[in-house]
Design a protein around this ligand. Structure first.
Ligand code: ATP
Ligand code: MG
Length: 411
């Protein structure tokens, strides 16, 4: 009998970890190739560690290391020395921020809007700077770059996240003002995709991807729309493939990819999110899908001993991207094939069918349980002011009940 300990490295979230832990407690053993596997979860605590210590975890879901460096160094150690499987790969998430992701996907031929990187407004605080700048920093004409890109445009941090420092810029004067305010942040200028028909956000967890219609202007509880068939089937498939390509290329397994769809063209604008939002408050109807995908992928990886890939291999992608004889659609099909190979998509689905068929029903039962309702009520009370509790508890109960009903109808 093999017991797999799944570690959760958490910041201030309680909702999805609570659901994940409840489901894992209910999870029956899995008999795979003559061996019995059972699962336990544990929240990882932060404490001094000997670099030669042996971790007890088989897999760790990391939600903290992108800003907290002690656990970040711990997860690097446990994967380098002890082969712990990590969601996400800490090396490629540190080295490959938004900027690198734009570059890689431009090279592969995706429709990333025109994007420029401009030098710091306020230079790095380094005694070598004045000499370097005097010799090598070329004066540049911000207005000219703005005019080349065209207005409106977006200014956003090259490594950004959580909408911090992102502004939509209408004209030259505003560009100058915003640049002056950008201070020590290194900024991209990006052509705006105006009047798009759909903002599609693809959330990927392991080999699964959910494309959701997203309205970034709405309050948090109302951004993901419960809507099916909002994209033409080919466009939907394109959005899925783009998300999976990016994840396979950078070895990310828990990531969201934002695309804007206009006149049938899919523009990826943001797709390096080490810690995508999976809270009940924002995902609501889609929350059970996310928890199921996390559970299934964790079990698949631990039971089949899927080795965690640590090194990015870009060559196969670049070879396809550089071919002149392939159209964009043909390249995407090839990228999709590489992504499926990377994620072992077919094998994963077979595994789920054979060993985890009960998880779908377990999730419906859980969502309809008092245990989940308590988590929902607690989460709403934490997220909203008192006078809104009643309304939002009813709102989320309604959405989750609708999900359970849809699942029962499908089954
Ligand atoms: N090129 C663009 N065209 C149109 N809208 C854009 C463009 N770039 C960014 N936006 C808008 O600005 C928002 C924030 O930009 P972006 O997603 O790149 O930054 P972020 O800091 O990663 O934000 P978040 O964490 O909310 O995803 C997007 O959700 C979108 O509404
Ligand atoms: Mg974004």
């Amino acid at each position: 009998m093999t017991q797999h300990l799944i570690g959760l490295l958490l910041g201030n979230e309680e909702d999805w970890p609570g659901a994940f832990e409840s489901l894992m407690r209910r999870m029956p053993q899995v008999s795979y190739e003559g061996e019995t596997h059972s699962f336990a979860t544990e929240r990882i605590t932060i404490e001094p560690f000997d670099l030669r210590m042996k971790p007890r975890h088989s897999l760790v879901i990391d939600r903290l290391a992108h800003w907290y460096y002690h656990p970040r160094e711990w997860i690097k150690k446990v994967t380098l020395m002890n082969d712990v499987y990590l969601m996400n790969n800490p090396f490629t998430f540190q080295a490959m921020e938004k900027h690198a992701a734009y570059c890689a996907m431009m090279r592969l031929g995706l429709n990333v809007p025109e994007t420029w990187l401009i030098p710091y407004k306020k230079p790095p605080d380094n005694p070598r700077f004045p000499y370097t700048a005097e010799r090598y920093n070329r004066p540049f004409d911000l207005k000219e770059i703005g005019a080349r890109i065209g207005y409106p445009l977006f200014m956003k941090p090259f490594d950004g996240g959580a909408w911090v420092g992102v502004t939509r810029i209408a004209d030259e004067a505003e560009l100058q003002r915003r640049y002056d305010e950008s201070g020590e942040r290194l900024m991209h200028l990006q052509a705006a995709v105006e009047d798009f028909e759909v903002f599609a956000r693809a959330l990927s967890i392991g080999a699964e991807t959910m494309v959701m219609r997203y309205d970034p202007g709405n309050p948090l509880h109302d951004r993901y729309q419960v809507e099916h068939g909002f994209l033409a089937p080919e466009t939907g498939a394109e959005v899925v493939t783009i998300g999976r390509l990016i994840n396979a290329y950078f070895l990310w397994e828990f990531n969201s990819c934002e695309t804007l769809v206009k006149d049938g063209v899919v523009y990826p604008i943001d797709y390096a999110n080490a810690c995508p939002d999976v809270s009940i408050i924002s995902l609501h109807y889609y929350f059970p899908w996310a928890i199921k995908a996390l559970i299934k992928w964790s079990i698949f990886c631990t039971v089949t001993e899927r080795p965690m890939k640590k090194d990015i291999v870009t060559q196969p992608y670049i070879e396809i991207g550089d071919r002149d004889d392939l159209t964009y659609e043909e390249k995407l099909a090839e990228y999709g094939r590489l992504a499926d190979e990377h994620f072992e998509t077919a094998r994963y689905h077979e595994f789920c069918e054979k060993y985890l068929a009960h998880v779908d029903e377990m999730m419906v039962d859980y969502i309809e349980s008092t245990e989940f309702d308590q988590l929902l009520v607690y989460t709403v009370k934490e997220a909203f002011p008192t006078h809104e509790h009643e309304r939002f508890i009813a709102h989320y109960r309604g959405l989750l009940a609708a999900w359970a009903k849809d699942q029962r109808a499908l089954a």
